[in-house]
Design a protein around this ligand. Structure first.
Ligand code: HEM
Length: 137
């Protein structure tokens, strides 16, 4: 469990970094009406991979934590609600938005503003529900 926890917490730095790079670069491309080239496609690909890896590791971590937990009322405890409901739901939403952004990017010839908007919403979902009370340690 410790390795998964460390990995999930560490990978989050990489995810935020690549998420910011994706949002900033798609904004620059969209504003300057640049063509979708290999550089931006690679940024999109790496962003999607890094997000999906975190999603899978998060799911494993969730199952491990949930099965090791004493039975209790999750919804009435704000800490447990964040860990087991709000955090996973918002992270999944964030990954979905980012995946849509990348799908739109792949299909475009000139980077549209919607790619930036979807990416930004995805990043905001993620940043809004990270458990900051335990991270960074
Ligand atoms: C994809 C974006 C995600 C990001 C950026 C993210 C980020 C984080 C961070 C930074 C922590 C704190 C780690 C630490 O203790 O040092 C954490 C904890 C946790 N995450 Fe995620 N996570 C993501 C997705 C998910 C998903 C999809 C799930 C489950 C389905 C999940 C389940 C958990 C659980 C159970 C904890 C433990 C919280 C606690 O101990 O209170 N995460 N996550």
């Amino acid at each position: 469990m410790d390795f998964i926890k460390q990995f999930h917490g560490g990978w989050a730095y990489l995810l935020i970094l690549i998420g910011v790079i994706f949002v900033v670069s798609t904004l620059i491309y969209a504003l300057s009406k640049k063509r979708t080239d290999n550089t931006i496609k690679k940024i999109g690909l790496f962003t999607t991979i890094i997000f999906h890896v975190q999603l899978l590791v998060g799911l494993v971590y969730y199952i491990m934590k949930f099965s090791a937990m004493e039975p209790s009322n999750i919804m009435s405890d704000s800490g447990l609600r964040l860990t087991f409901v709000e955090h996973p739901m918002m992270m999944i939403a964030g990954v979905v938005f980012m995946t849509i952004a990348n799908a739109k990017l792949k299909r475009s010839t000139i980077v549209p503003m919607s790619v930036f908007v979807f990416g930004l919403i995805g990043l905001i979902c993620i940043l809004s529900r990270i458990p900051y009370y335990i991270w960074p340690a």
